[in-house]
Design a protein around this ligand. Structure first.
Ligand code: HEC
Length: 142
């Protein structure tokens, strides 16, 4: 007959396996899009200006900052995350990607969303304003 110790050992192994499985699936199935892959440094003054520009320009009619998607993806956790694109490509939301998404939005459309962005932010906003918006989005990375 098996001793109680063997039974207890089996239980410990099972619980351990279960915990490992949970941890593992949490990592792979969790919010993949918010996994930060690059360290993010933010210019806080520019981020404050960017917030004002985002409000003034109407970006926040389509984008939220609380993690809930609107007609556009949320900006919460966006910077540094991996972005699945309609093209099937997956890219990291670094400064270059964020800037391009604003000034040339049709070039990299996020999977699951329509190409709704105005195409001319690159002309109606100055380079500095676009940079400030990028800093604001980066300040919402976590
Ligand atoms: C009419 C709605 C709308 C407005 C207004 C709008 N966007 Fe977007 N935006 C979208 C949609 C939809 C997408 C996803 C499709 C795509 O990639 O173009 C998007 C994508 C983005 C992305 C890439 C997001 C990601 O998850 O990778 C950034 C950055 C962005 N917008 C910034 C801005 C900024 C800055 C403004 C204001 C200057 C703005 N948007 C105004 C709808 C909008």
């Amino acid at each position: 007959m098996r001793s109680w110790a063997e039974g207890a050992l089996a239980l410990v192994v099972l619980v351990g396996l279960g915990a490992a499985l949970l941890l593992f699936s949490g990592e792979t199935l969790g919010e993949g899009s918010t996994a930060t892959t690059a360290p993010i440094t933010v210019d806080p003054d520019a981020a404050v200006r960017g917030e004002i520009i985002a409000n003034r320009t109407g970006c926040l009619a389509c984008h939220t900052i609380n993690g809930t998607p609107g007609s556009g993806p949320t900006w919460r956790g966006l910077a540094g995350s991996s972005r699945p694109l309609q093209s099937g490509e997956v890219v990291t939301a670094d400064d270059v990607y964020l800037t391009n998404s604003i000034v040339a939005p049709g070039s990299e459309v996020v999977a699951g969303f329509d190409n709704l962005m105005l195409p001319d932010y690159g002309e109606t906003l100055t380079e500095q304003e676009v940079g400030d918006l990028v800093e604001y989005i980066k300040s919402l990375a976590s």
